[in-house]
Design a protein around this ligand. Structure first.
Ligand SMILES: NC(=O)c1ccc[n+]([C@@H]2O[C@H](COP(=O)([O-])OP(=O)(O)OC[C@H]3O[C@@H](n4cnc5c(N)ncnc54)[C@H](OP(=O)(O)O)[C@@H]3O)[C@@H](O)[C@H]2O)c1
Length: 291
């Protein structure tokens, strides 16, 4: 079915993770393209989704919440990679859904030794298997690091406390959530991508020091950054960051000091230039300012 055909049909696209960063923009993109959208959330009362979206309550890991109200009239689903997604997939396939676009991670590609057995690889490989073992109608999106990870520095930036970070000269290619969402929309509206695994990164590899400077330019003030060692980071942040995540982050930053992330200037699927970090920072200015 072409995108024109799905727009004209009575079918509905179910978006899980619809209140998340990717999901919200996916919902908006589908609505703009004239598609009927149902959004799944555990807290419909807090969803604050746009007019025209049908919001349903449901938990991806709880079969008792995944009944006809979730799947009636749905033939395509955006799958958010929550724990327990195998429960959701059982319910969706039993309800007759035939097409799935899955949000995974580039870690599942296991391109680098650091990915093998990392927290992200183990989780996202299991999510991918939960889908591909149950249906042939899948498309997998594997984004690299999200620009949204910079929101971790929101408190320091808002309050003017210097950022303390290791490996400030390591370079990553952060991806804007809008580019992931727009690629997801395209794969849901076309059958061209069935059976494809699609890596998505930002358009440029940018050092962590440059990332901080880019945020500073967006908010119109210099942000103070102090480089610390990996050991200092471990001892300062170890109580907040679980050990497997800590290892994954430090491995990633130390590797990308030597080999910067591969950037893709054009976003796969959409064929458009990926949004730059400066564009992301402009879109998120208010997250870093006291308003
Ligand atoms: N951070 C990275 O660098 C990176 C890189 C590659 C891939 N990823 C993947 O992208 C994900 C983040 O995407 P995002 O930023 O769009 O998400 P997000 O803003 O963190 O939002 C999480 C979404 O997941 C939904 N959710 C979580 N558990 C659920 C459950 N059990 N049942 C139903 N809904 C559930 C939440 O819905 P409600 O709370 O409304 O129920 C919410 O909509 C990560 O978790 C990771 O898997 C991240």
């Amino acid at each position: 079915m072409s995108s024109t055909e799905i727009r004209q049909s009575s079918q509905t696209v179910l978006v899980t993770g619809a209140t998340g960063a990717v999901g919200r923009h996916l919902v908006t993109t589908l609505l703009e393209r004239g598609v009927a959208v149902r959004a799944l959330t555990r807290k419909p009362e807090d969803a604050a989704l746009p007019e025209g979206v049908e919001v349903v309550a449901g938990d991806l890991g709880d079969a008792s919440t995944l009944g006809a109200q979730v799947f009636d009239g749905v033939d395509r689903v955006f799958v958010f990679p929550a724990r327990g997604v195998d429960v959701f997939m059982d319910a969706a396939v039993a309800a007759g859904v035939q097409r799935f676009t899955v949000l995974s991670s580039l870690a599942a590609a296991m391109e680098f030794p650091r990915d093998h057995g990392s927290a992200s690889q183990l989780h996202h490989s299991a999510v991918e298997a939960a889908v591909t073992e149950r249906t042939a109608g899948w498309t997998i999106l594997r984004p690299g690091t999200f620009a949204n990870n910079l929101l971790e520095w929101r408190f320091q930036i808002r309050s003017g406390v210097p950022i303390r970070a290791p490996y400030v000269e390591s370079a990553q290619a952060p991806v804007h959530e809008f580019d992931v969402a727009e690629a997801a929309a395209e794969t849901l509206l076309s059958d061209e991508y069935v059976g494809q695994i699609i890596p998505i990164t930002g358009p440029q590899a940018v050092t962590r020091a440059e990332q901080v400077a880019t945020l500073g330019a967006a908010i119109g003030r210099e942000i103070s950054l102090s480089e610390i060692t990996a050991d200092e980071f471990r001892s300062e942040m170890g109580q907040y960051i679980p050990q497997p995540i800590m290892k994954m982050l430090l491995d990633y930053w130390s590797d990308t000091l030597v080999t910067p992330d591969r950037a893709r200037p054009v976003t796969p699927v959409t064929g458009k230039p990926g949004r730059t970090l400066a564009e992301w920072a402009a879109d998120h200015r208010t997250d870093f300012m006291i308003v």
